[in-house]
Design a protein. Structure first.
Length: 274
């Protein structure tokens, strides 16, 4: 089907609520397209903004209703799972790599040259060419990861499946996300930004840019090529004043940072510990 026809069919099914039998086969078609990267939950739009396709999220929700819980893999032989969704199995055709025991659900996409270490990628997520999901990193449902992104060990990229129109977490091309960072609630990390280890970003986390003479505070978006570290801000409560978390933009990515990030990625690609 053409995209417009798929959208109309999914929206009609979502309203009718019955996805059983042949009528729901269009749901399977959408999930297959997600798995192969022919469709995305969100994609870049005019003016540098992102466009969310709510109907694709609706298809994911309907797909869960079409599936029954079953054993996946061979019980007693290696990894086995008891779940509704099958595992992704087209790495070779896509040109991606999955290191055991890395797991990606069917309906997620990993581009050419992408590497999934022993981490996790959920349905609807899109990991573009040349990106790395490092050990114990997770990419939540519908998250959009750009080209040549490094999600370091233990990074948590949140999923945003409902409501369907909500913007997912977006990490744009060339960004570096340091170990144990958490990015959730539709936060956008723009191209080539660097998050130092342990940065936590939610929709309400203050992002304090201290690069100029006066601090500027925003929320929800890390600027392109910004270098960010964890910080705190004082906040008054009835019980007194306490330090609350924030993200500090302390600099702009330099050539030395580029070299360091490039070296670390090269070492990881060759399975050399850093």
């Amino acid at each position: 089907m053409e995209r417009r026809d798929l959208q109309g069919a999914i929206e009609a099914l979502a309203e009718a609520g019955d996805v059983r039998g042949a009528a729901g086969a269009v749901v399977d078609e959408v999930i297959a397209a997600l798995d192969e990267g022919r469709l995305r939950v969100a994609e870049p739009g005019p003016g540098g903004n992102w466009v969310v396709h709510a109907w694709v999220k609706q298809a994911i929700l309907l797909y869960f209703r079409r599936r029954e819980v079953e054993w996946i893999g061979e019980r007693g032989h290696g990894l086995a799972f008891y779940d509704k969704l099958p595992l992704k199995s087209n790495y070779d055709r896509l040109g991606a790599r999955c290191v055991p025991p890395g797991v990606a659900r069917y309906g997620s996409y990993l581009g050419r040259g992408a590497i999934l270490m022993p981490g996790y990628v959920n349905i609807g997520a899109y990991v573009d060419d040349g990106s790395m999901v490092d050990t114990w990193a997770t990419v939540g449902s519908c998250a959009q990861i750009g080209k040549d992104v490094h999600l370091s060990g233990g990074v948590g990229i949140g999923g945003v499946l409902e409501p369907p129109q909500a913007l997912p977490v977006i990490v744009e091309d060339g960004a570096f996300i340091g170990s144990r960072c958490v990015v959730v609630e539709g936060v956008r990390v723009e191209s080539e930004a660097v998050l130092g280890a342990g940065v936590v970003l939610t929709a309400s986390t203050p992002i304090v840019d201290v690069r100029g003479e006066r601090a500027e505070i925003t929320k929800g978006r890390i600027p392109s090529r910004a270098v960010v570290v964890p910080g705190t801000l004082p906040k008054k409560f009835p019980a007194g004043e306490y330090a609350t978390p924030c993200a500090l933009v302390i600099g702009t990515r330099s050539e030395s940072t580029d070299r360091k990030v490039s070296l670390e990625r090269t070492l990881r690609e060759h399975d050399i510990a850093v």
